[in-house]
Design a protein. Structure first.
Length: 232
């Protein structure tokens, strides 16, 4: 396994992108569609915006995801040297849209427009879960230069120190971090507001974790807490 990883990083990255990263993005899109559908049926709004606001990022997400998931356009992007840029653009669209929706949700909360606990809680869960997946993808995309570079014989320095890297005897032979490992980092950072599994080593990793913790704290402490109070 270790020999395969070192000799064929593009194939390993393609497997992770297709069977791990793509489903993660599809999960985000699915949650946005579900919330939009429920908002339409229940006549929920966000500030003065109707149910469709939850779908504003779906077209660009699909437009960027499809060429990354299909063989022919993906290989074309690789030939043009644009695959990584498109992947980062996709994660950026998810993160930026989610941040804007959180701002709109907070504005709606401040103006007293959120009076339903179920409505507010579903919106908060969607924003929080999208935040976890988006930052998990960010960690996966930037650690050691990305999933291709970190599998090469001489990868860049680590952005995250995993316990398995520090203590190889605890891991299976040929172990290397995959997307689920980065999503776990993202999940625990969103819950504990601090690293619990892998430690950030670089400034960019620390900044990413800082931004994620800040967004998660606002979502949980302000939005979710208000939803619980409404239920009382």
């Amino acid at each position: 396994m270790a020999q395969k990883t070192a000799s064929d990083p593009l194939r390993e990255e393609e497997f992770e992108s297709r069977w791990e990263a793509a489903p993660a993005v599809i999960t985000v899109i699915g949650s946005q569609v579900v919330l939009a559908s429920v908002s339409r049926v229940e006549h929920w709004t966000l500030l003065t915006l109707s149910w469709w606001v939850w779908l504003i990022s779906v077209p660009p997400e699909l437009a960027l995801l499809i060429p990354l998931a299909w063989d022919r356009p993906r290989h074309r992007l690789e030939q043009l040297g644009l695959r990584r840029m498109v992947a980062l653009a996709l994660i950026g669209v998810i993160s930026l849209t989610n941040a804007l929706l959180l701002v709109a949700l907070i504005g709606s909360l401040v103006k007293g427009k959120e009076t339903s606990g179920a409505q507010l809680l579903l919106k908060a869960v969607t924003v929080w879960a999208t935040n976890v997946i988006a930052f998990g993808l960010w960690y996966w995309a930037v650690d050691r230069g990305g999933p291709v570079k970190r599998l090469r014989p001489d990868p860049p320095p680590r952005d995250f120190q995993f316990p398995q890297s520090e203590n190889p005897e605890l891991a299976e032979p040929g172990w290397y971090p995959q997307l689920i490992d980065y999503v776990y980092i993202s999940f625990t950072n969103s819950i504990a507001f601090s690293p619990t599994d892998a430690m950030p080593l670089t400034r960019r990793a620390k900044l990413l974790m800082l931004f994620e913790s800040a967004i998660s704290a606002v979502t949980i402490l302000l939005v979710a807490a208000r939803a619980v109070n409404i239920f009382k």
